[in-house]
Design a protein around this ligand. Structure first.
Ligand code: SAM
Length: 302
């Protein structure tokens, strides 16, 4: 079984897509504004003799000329954090403001949690939830190294998340960076597709639907929910959006990220989806020489 072959009808240049999936990823880190400015972080990289180039669409993202950024002083000091380029998309789309309350429903190991906190100037509240206790330890240590203090970590199944412990009734925004089949991570992990099966897609899609529904319910009217996966499967992307649009009071809105992408698909394997799923974006690896990603932005109704 060659899972990526099923996406040939969705890709503009199938050969370029397959060739890019065979190549390793560039090493990218995010400069952590909580501890150091980009200028300070890049000066430290210069001193360490590590070459860097800032990404045009997001100057906090630096491609490094080393495949071991974790061995550098700026990393140890919490001035930079290893984060795949496409992984930085959802917080940029969510665009949180200092002082807001934001729920990161599938948070571990915390790349996006710490990015959200940095974008909020470490003010307000980020609630980082994950149902995998073992993955919460790296989340905590990343948050500590990066100097994040506006953070509450909770161990819970996001599908049944309770707001009862909090002194507010809804979040301003929520991020669902969902567990998924990970097809878009093959460049980082060539064995990512070894356990692939259609029945896995069906099972994980059920989890994704439940988490996204709860995120919409837990967000105030007028608030934003961002849904993302690192997979290409429409079963886990547009089909999940289509389902939640039918169950909850929310609508898809345009998202603006200065990377190459294609619209969400409205038909797949004989199924059709709500036309508004075209507002979601598919980030194919060959378009940006990065990982594969899917991202959608919802506005909660009311
Ligand atoms: C794609 S990863 C998240 C990566 C993370 N957002 C980051 O940027 O570092 C998905 C996460 O969802 C968690 N997860 C899976 N099922 C969950 C559930 N029902 N409730 C909460 N978290 C869940 C997994 O343990 C995993 O850590």
């Amino acid at each position: 079984m060659d899972p990526l072959a099923r996406y040939e009808p969705l890709v503009d240049d199938y050969e370029a897509f397959r060739a890019t999936c065979e190549r390793p990823l560039p090493t990218v880190v995010r400069a952590n504004g909580i501890k150091a400015s980009v200028e300070r972080a890049t000066a430290a990289l210069d001193e360490a003799g590590v070459g860097w180039r800032a990404r045009e669409w997001n100057p906090d993202l630096l491609e490094l000329d080393t495949d071991a950024p974790g061995n550098t002083w700026p990393y140890f000091l919490g001035w930079i954090h290893g984060q795949e380029e496409v992984s930085a998309i959802p917080p940029v789309v969510l665009d949180p403001k200092a002082g807001e309350r934001v729920w990161d429903a599938c948070a571990a190991p915390g790349s996006k949690t710490t990015q959200l906190a940095a974008m909020m100037d470490d003010r307000g509240l980020v609630v980082a939830t994950d149902d995998n206790l073992g993955r919460l330890a790296p989340l905590r240590s990343n948050a500590e190294r990066l100097g994040v203090t506006n953070l509450a970590v909770t161990h819970a199944d996001a599908r049944h998340f309770s707001l009862a412990p909090f002194d507010f009734e809804a979040f301003d925004a929520a991020l669902v960076d969902a567990p998924c089949s990970g097809e878009g991570t093959v460049r980082k992990n060539p064995s990512a597709l070894s356990g692939w099966s259609e029945s896995f897609l069906d099972g994980i899609a059920g989890v994704q639907k439940g988490i996204l529904r709860r995120a919409v319910q837990a967000t105030r009217a007028g608030g934003t929910v961002v849904y993302s996966t690192c997979t290409f499967a429409p079963e886990e992307n547009e089909a999940v959006l289509d389902y939640v649009l039918g169950e909850e009071d929310c609508r898809l809105v345009d998202l603006d990220v200065a990377l190459e992408s294609t619209p969400g698909v409205t038909e797949w394997n004989g199924r059709t989806f709500d036309p508004s799923v075209r507002k979601a974006r598919r980030f194919w690896p060959h378009l940006n020489d990065a990982g594969g990603f899917f991202c959608a932005k919802l506005e909660v109704g009311g």
